[in-house]
Design a protein around this ligand. Structure first.
Ligand code: PLP
Length: 436
């Protein structure tokens, strides 16, 4: 083990000093921290696959619009809580052009990233009934969202969808919803971390059961349009990004701008709420908010108490990028496909060196090449693999923290890998395979 690409003693000592007993339960930011220290101490660059930071530049059009907005003086003025009209209008158009869902601008709100959108939706959806208060996560998933439920004092449950794809999802989901504990269901699609994408059949199952058991779906579209097997980037044309909104009125959705427009630093996303839910009255909401209306509680109870609105200039930046996409003047797929190309090459390097893809199929089809993939090394636990790879200059996170039962698995993120690093990655994976 001592003959590793990164100095063995430095790695060992740094892990010890960081006080991380089991890297598989370390948070993403903890791994980032430790690996950054090792890079500094050894002067060696890691193949950094642990964090989902966008690795592409923000479209010029967004940056220019934001600068113009700042120059026009918006920084000194509070933006409206539920968003500037221009942005609300473009979100509504975006949802029509790329999801084929009709929803007026009034139901479209900016949030401080999809992260805040989720928090605000939990704050309202999970308080609609005094007899239920939790979220069912269809896992694997984004750990922060469970942290948010915890911070709010909401209960949550989850199941790993790995064994419940296609028709099998129906009975599993129904068996859980039947218990009547949950107010909401959350999943991301495409999924972080596994990059599985629900098929229309699966979304129909989720939608119909949400209606049957009167549960609100929070559909997290953080990776909007990034199932590159299809082209969802042509406004107003099929195919459209699949959505549960086609199959139930009990939908809410989160659309992040972080990945689709590489706008993560500006912390702006969108929450869109179905008119049925937005206008519905839930008397139990009055325990927390001044109104029994879902929409009113979301804006004046949720968004107001969390941040009193969203960065004014970023709203103009996002408006411009949405408008360009809606008008067919900016094609996000042409830019984002870079992640898919990296994934294809990297998956091959892993497979050629003895690794396996863990979540490998959507029903009978191989998963898409996109922002993430999951991998394992036969005979090795996820925690052993996460730690060993650090000695080989490769950092990734264990699936353990994502609610996955595939404990042998790790998540690889494509965003920070530059094509010139493929040779280094290949060499390190070869060494790893040889020594293990
Ligand atoms: C599944 C999922 N949901 C939500 C988010 C948060 O997105 P935002 O940057 O818009 O807050 C992320 C970010 O990585 C994510 O992976």
């Amino acid at each position: 083990m001592k003959n590793t690409p990164i100095d063995f003693d430095i790695v060992k000592q740094t892990l010890k000093e960081a006080g991380i007993k089991d890297v598989s339960t370390a948070s993403i930011r903890e791994i980032v921290h430790v690996v950054s220290i090792i890079e500094k101490l050894t002067g060696e660059k890691y193949i950094r696959m642990e964090m989902g930071v966008p690795g592409l530049p923000t479209p010029e059009i967004g940056i220019k619009a934001e600068i113009n907005a700042l120059n026009s003086g918006v920084a000194s003025i509070y933006a409206k809580l539920d968003g500037i009209p221009e942005l609300k209008n473009e979100v509504s158009r975006f949802v029509k052009q790329f999801l084929d869902i009709d929803v007026d601008a009034g139901y479209c709100m900016p949030t401080v990233g999809a992260t805040q959108g989720a928090m605000a939706l939990f704050m309202v959806a999970n308080r609609t009934s005094k007899d239920r208060n939790g979220t069912l996560f269809i896992d694997p998933g984004f750990p922060v969202q469970k942290q948010q439920c915890k911070a709010l004092g909401h209960s949550y449950g989850s199941f790993d969808v790995y064994d419940y794809r296609g028709n099998k999802l129906h009975d599993k989901l129904e068996s859980v919803l039947k218990e009547g504990n949950y107010s909401s269901i959350l999943y991301s699609n495409p999924n972080n971390p596994s990059w599985i994408c629900f098929t229309d059949k699966e979304l129909k199952i989720i939608g119909e059961l949400a209606t049957k058991y009167d549960v609100i779906v929070i559909e997290d579209l953080a990776y909007f349009g990034m199932d590159f097997r299809k082209d969802f980037s042509k406004p107003g044309e099929t195919p459209y990004q699949p959505t549960v909104a086609k199959y139930t009125d009990n939908w809410t959705m989160l659309i992040s701008s972080s990945k689709v427009f590489s706008y993560a630093g500006q912390r702006i996303g969108m929450a869109v709420i179905s008119p049925t839910i937005f206008n519905r009255k839930y008397p139990d909401l009055k325990r927390y908010y001044s109104s029994d209306s879902f929409g009113h509680s979301f804006v004046f109870g949720g968004l107001y108490s969390l941040s009193a609105g969203v960065c004014h200039s970023a709203q103009f930046g996002l408006t411009a990028m949405l408008k360009a996409s809606n008008d067919g003047n900016y094609n996000f797929k042409e830019v984002l496909i870079e992640y898919g190309e990296r994934a294809k090459k990297m998956k091959k390097l892993f497979i050629d060196n003895g690794f396996k893809i863990v979540y490998d199929k959507d029903e009978d089809k191989p998963i898409a090449d996109g922002f993430y993939f999951t991998f394992s090394y036969p005979g090795m636990s996820g925690s052993e693999l996460t730690e060993k790879l650090i000695y080989y200059g490769i950092s990734a996170i264990s699936l353990k923290i994502t609610g996955s039962l595939r404990e042998e698995g790790l998540r690889a993120c494509m965003s920070q890998i530059k094509p010139f690093q493929f040779k280094v990655l290949e060499h390190r994976l070869k060494e790893f395979n040889k020594n293990n």
